[in-house]
Design a protein around this ligand. Structure first.
Ligand code: ADP
Ligand code: MG
Length: 257
């Protein structure tokens, strides 16, 4: 893949909630295989942008194109079917199930078995024995994230960091091309945060594209290859961490709130 291979293209995105403009004409492209951070002060419109991309919200205007497919306004499971998935917090009702069961359930954002079938790796690769494939993929993910020893543990008993790993593992069950993470480090202690970051680098090494939305700019600056800064619903800056660090407008946006 060439270094200018755009996998996700967001064009003139707008989202209004009544009289509130949360996203105000945001445009950016994400290159395949890159680790990109989307940062900005509280209320900048990061989560709304993310939700419009993942299908959790329908944009008021603009387009979202993934892998040359127009996914604007699609449902989350449809977007996931295209290979673009977001993480979801483990719901309370899933806390009583084991880690392995959580992975083998219908993936987050999906509803019911029919949709699950539509996105299973087995179906994609033409393998008939679907249940076997799901179990195998689940163990693969457990091993990848070093949580295979927790397979039989109730999800509710996991630490904050282990839970974040499970959320990541769940999102990866369907072998997506691109992963969207909204504040994956919230409430995670520094040791586990470093471990999570290492896993994200492993995913990048494996060819995944990762877009991470984060309030704390330091973790993004230290790890991402590219940083997009939002402020008041608009893209304020877009470049390497070095570009962004030296940008007066970014400093002003954070200081001014
Ligand atoms: P960020 O994730 O960057 O902190 P958000 O996307 O959550 O920002 O919010 C952007 C703006 O949109 C804020 O002013 C927020 O209050 C507003 N907003 C977000 N979601 C809603 C909603 N469902 N209804 C009304 N206003 C909202
Ligand atoms: Mg947010």
């Amino acid at each position: 893949d060439s270094p200018t291979d755009v996998v996700l293209d967001v064009d003139s995105l707008e989202k209004h909630f009544g009289g509130i403009t949360a996203v105000d004409g945001a445009s950016f492209g994400i290159e395949r295989g890159e680790f990109t951070g989307l940062i900005g002060p509280n209320g900048a419109g990061k989560s709304t942008t993310f939700n419009c991309i993942a299908g959790t919200l329908s944009p008021s205007a603009g387009t979202v194109t993934f892998d040359d497919t127009d996914v604007t306004g699609m449902e989350p499971y449809q977007v996931a079917n295209q290979g673009l998935v977001r993480t979801f917090q483990i719901a309370r009702e899933l806390s009583e199930m084991t880690v392995l069961e959580n992975l083998m359930l219908a993936p987050p954002g999906q509803e019911g078995e029919k949709l699950w079938k539509a996105v299973t790796p087995g179906v994609r690769s033409g393998v008939v024995d679907q249940e076997y494939d799901v179990r195998e993929r689940a163990w693969e993910m457990l091993e990848f994230f070093d949580i295979d020893h927790l397979a039989r543990e109730q999800a509710g008993n996991l630490s904050g960091g282990q839970r974040k790993l499970l959320e990541l593992a769940r999102a990866l069950m369907t072998e997506p091309e691109m992963l969207l993470l909204d504040e994956p480090f919230a409430g995670v202690n520094p040791t586990l945060q470093n471990k999570l970051v290492e896993h994200l680098h492993d995913l990048i090494d494996d060819g995944y594209t990762v877009l991470i939305v984060e309030h704390d700019m330091d973790v993004i600056m230290n790890n991402c290859e590219r940083v997009i800064v939002m402020h008041q619903g608009q893209i304020l800056a877009d470049g390497t961490p070095a570009d962004i660090k030296g940008d007066e407008r970014v400093i002003d946006a954070y200081l001014g709130g």
